[in-house]
Structure formats: structure tokens, C-alpha cells
Design a protein around this ligand. Sequence first.
Ligand SMILES: Nc1nc(=O)c2c([nH]1)NC[C@@H]1CN(c3ccc(C(=O)N[C@@H](CCC(=O)O)C(=O)O)cc3)C=[N+]21
Ligand SMILES: [Mg+2]
Length: 297
Amino acid sequence: MAATVIDGKAFAARVRGQVATHVAALKNDHGITPGLAVVLVGEDPASQVYVRSKGKMTLEVGMKSVEHKLDVDTAEADLLALIQKLNNDPEIHGILVQLPLPDHLDEDLVINSIDPAKDVDGFHISNVGLLGTGQDSMVPCTPLGCLMMLRDHHGSLSGMDAVVIGRSNIVGKPMAQLLLGDSCTVTIAHSRTKDLPDVVRRADIVVAAVGRAQMVPGGWIKPGATVIDVGINRIDRPEGGTRLVGDVDYDSCAKVAGAITPVPGGVGPMTIACLLANTVTACCRANGLPAPEGLTV
Ligand SMILES: Nc1nc(=O)c2c([nH]1)NC[C@@H]1CN(c3ccc(C(=O)N[C@@H](CCC(=O)O)C(=O)O)cc3)C=[N+]21
Ligand SMILES: [Mg+2]
């Protein structure tokens, strides 16, 4: 039996629809428009494309979108001053500083200078601590999107064996926290894991977030398991040109898995939808309103 393809693109469109409904209600009932500020340092072409598509979708759901593009050699003090200004701006409810930053900027320092209530990436140490202790927090967008798809596909995740491949602060670690919160038995595997194929073979849920093109073959997947592919890697086509692939070898995994997310059209679009969801959540909380049901954990 071929795997069910989990359509992240369609799911993301539904989430954005829910976000738009909540944005309209905030305007109607409270006269509030949620605002998202995106800060981009430098001119990485891929980042520019991504920031543009975020800005477009932010406007589409009825929110205010502000973009700050800074020179690649911007001084740290100037970036911190901009963040301070956004922290104090009542029309801005969410702040995202596009990563990675140029080498001369201290990412931890910059991220931790964002007001945690406006940290829609969920990367501030205060949000990391809140998530790890099961308290209300801003939840990182990519893991949140993965969790939404898993809950939608399985209903309850309770008691399932989950393996997260990758231990980044952005995806692997928060993903493991969310799965633990949903009562999975969670393993975090990484480049030094012994017998990685055997570890992955135990899993009912595999989340691949290593950033290495097609590194998980179908032979590692337990028949019927759910495979969530976080990777977005551009590789050369044999016939010329390039294409996007994930961290799993899609064709061989799809033959064994029960369900799988494609690349493109899987986790990526959900990440952006969850960024918009987090902005609405931040806006609601800033105004003493409950976070919308279904848009957060
Ligand atoms: N502070 C910060 N937060 C981020 O969330 C963040 C970041 N920095 N830096 C860069 C990465 C990258 N990222 C993507 C999100 C969606 C797609 C996406 O929608 N991808 C499409 C394909 C797009 C294409 O065709 O190139 C897909 O997977 O279907 C891609 C990449 C968020 N990032
Ligand atoms: Mg750096």
C-alpha cells in the first residue's frame, strides 16, 4: 500500500483561513489589527524570496506587515536598537529576525533581546523554558506545523514511539518537547547516534530535520510509520537545473510509510502558516484575550 500523502500546502491554506477569520474578528470586535515585523540582515537571495512570500501572506490574512532590510555589515548596536523600537511599538505584535545572521552578530544576544511576548519564532530562552515546562509560550513555527499535521492525521499521539533526527534549537529540540507533551516516547537522534537505522526502525513517527538531502532511505522506515520531512535541500538534476528535496528519500520511504509529507508542499507552507497563527496568538495575549483554539498547542 502506498503511503497517504499529507498535503501541507492544503493544510496551510486552511490554517491561514482560520487566521484570517480571527484577524477579522479582532478588527470588528476590538478595533485591533495584528502586526508582524520581519527583520532581514544582508541580501541572501533565498532569504529575500522567503521574506517576500511571508510579507504577502501576512497581508492576505488581513494583518499589518512591516519589513526592515538592513545592510549586511549592520552594527549589532543598531540591530538591537531596531528591536528595542519594535518591542515598544504597540502596533507590532510579532517580531521575526531572519536567521542565520551574518557572523559578526551574536544570534543568541539578538534573539534574547526580543520581547518574549512578541517572539513569534519561539526562540527566546524564556519561551524555550516555558515550552519545556508545559506552560503557555510562543511555540517555534516548524515544530508547531509538524504537530498540527500529526494530530490531524492520528488524532491522539499518546504512547507512540517518535524519533526526531536532528537536535537543533530551531526544530529538533522543540519538536521533541511537543511530542513529549502529547505523550509520545521520544528519541532524539543525531550525527553521533549509534545504529541510526535501527533507532529509526523502531519509530511510529519519524521527524527528519538534519539538513542532509535524502539521507533517510525507505529501508529504515517501519512499515506503516508516519514520516514528517522537515528538510528543504536544493540539489542538481542529472539533466541540468535544480530541484528541492527533503531529508528523506521520498520515493523509497513512500513505499513503506503509512503517511508522508512531500517536499515541497509539506512542512514548509505549514511553517509560514504557523508564523501567522503565532502572530494572532501574540496579539490576543497582548490584549488580554484568550489565544484562538486550534492555532496553538
Ligand atoms: N527566524 C527565522 N524563522 C524561520 O522560520 C526561518 C528563518 N529564520 N530562516 C530561514 C528558514 C527557512 N524557512 C522556510 C519556511 C518555509 C518554506 C517554504 O514554504 N518552502 C516551500 C518551497 C519554497 C520553494 O519553492 O523554494 C515548500 O516547502 O513547499 C521554506 C523555508 C523559515 N525559516
Ligand atoms: Mg552569527
